[in-house]
Design a protein around this ligand. Sequence first.
Ligand SMILES: NC(=O)c1ccc[n+]([C@@H]2O[C@H](COP(=O)([O-])OP(=O)(O)OC[C@H]3O[C@@H](n4cnc5c(N)ncnc54)[C@H](OP(=O)(O)O)[C@@H]3O)[C@@H](O)[C@H]2O)c1
Length: 387
Amino acid sequence: MSPVSPVSIVTCDLILIGFGRVGRRFATLLRERRGVLLRQHGIGARVVGIATRRHGCIYSAKGLNAPALAAAVARGNMITSASAVGAADAGAALAFLRTAAAGSRAAARDGRLVVVETTTLDIVRGEPAIGHVRTALSLGAHVVTANKGPAAFAYHALARAARRAGRRFLFEGAVMDGVPIFNLVRETLPAVEVEGFRGVVNSTTNYMLTEMERGRTFDEALGEMQARGVAEADPSFDVDGWDAAAKTAALANVLLDARMTPHDVEREGLTRDTGRRAVEARTAGRRLKLIARADRDGRRVRARVALEELAADDALARLEGQQNALILRTDLLEEIAVVQRSGSLTQTAYALLSDLVTVARGATTMTGATGRASRRSRPSARVRRSP
Ligand SMILES: NC(=O)c1ccc[n+]([C@@H]2O[C@H](COP(=O)([O-])OP(=O)(O)OC[C@H]3O[C@@H](n4cnc5c(N)ncnc54)[C@H](OP(=O)(O)O)[C@@H]3O)[C@@H](O)[C@H]2O)c1
């Protein structure tokens, strides 16, 4: 895209809650793309606060050197400074958030304060992220997150909170990293109804299925995903289908106006016997895949994650290794397929960056808060402008 000269520069103050692999890559990506954000979008962004669970917290109204702090944390160092509030639990992170938002009061008042939430997902309740999002919105901040918890467990409540606060709640990185799904529907498919979806949304299990078809064992394939840092810290989260169920709930809540959590998604995972099934399917010219799907059933939405044998010419059957894909079934455009050929931390960090740009330029035209206008609120959502 050719450079444009924005009329004015908006400077966003960012508070990062969570500074692990994704949060740190976001910090360095922000530095790498600084010139582009300024020249093409008129957006300046500076990190003013960072909160972690075990590595301390730091705040400076003047801005922090986030890439240097990222390098320090990657080396195992603490980032706590004299001006920081230490955090050891979820409550402490909330206290930090309040202190930091008070320090950046002017940015919050002007709609320039953004909380970037990248803490670890707790699959039982979706916390602590939900509390972080709710508190951030109540303090006048916009929220962008790569965490699946908020959209999977509390999408409608948080969307309402965002609308009431006149702030944005965006979560593109929650599903398929930076590949646009929520943005695609919200920004480019006006008046199109999504009726259902099916997809392969977990990289670890697709890689394991591909490798087990070739004769490798469950443990060998999983071990490789752990060694590469792709599998979640607790591999049962991937293998038992929880990660896919969380993504399915998030997609169903946002795209199908469902009211569900990952616990409402019928769920099957991989077991040591799955390798035999994968080999048998392959021998018969088919592929065994872990399919996430959701469909309308009258007024209800049914969702499940299950192993399915697919015909070889099915678009999802062609996915190899860590590839993901989602097929949306729509009323006007029939099926739309989005394929992610590889995933990386950079792609997840990019999802946060693209959400930040959306926040900063107030570009959306539907709800003032989040993804899709709900069916129930659609008439009023049409006239509500983005803040
Ligand atoms: N990694 C990926 O490729 C990827 C892709 C898409 C989405 N995601 C999602 O993005 C999020 C972050 O992933 P990640 O790989 O960066 O995880 P991570 O490396 O484990 O980092 C998690 C961060 O959250 C902090 N944290 C945890 N609980 C906290 C609390 N109560 N208060 C404050 N800070 C807290 C941790 O602090 P300490 O280190 O001090 O404990 C750490 O800085 C997760 O929700 C994940 O599901 C990740």
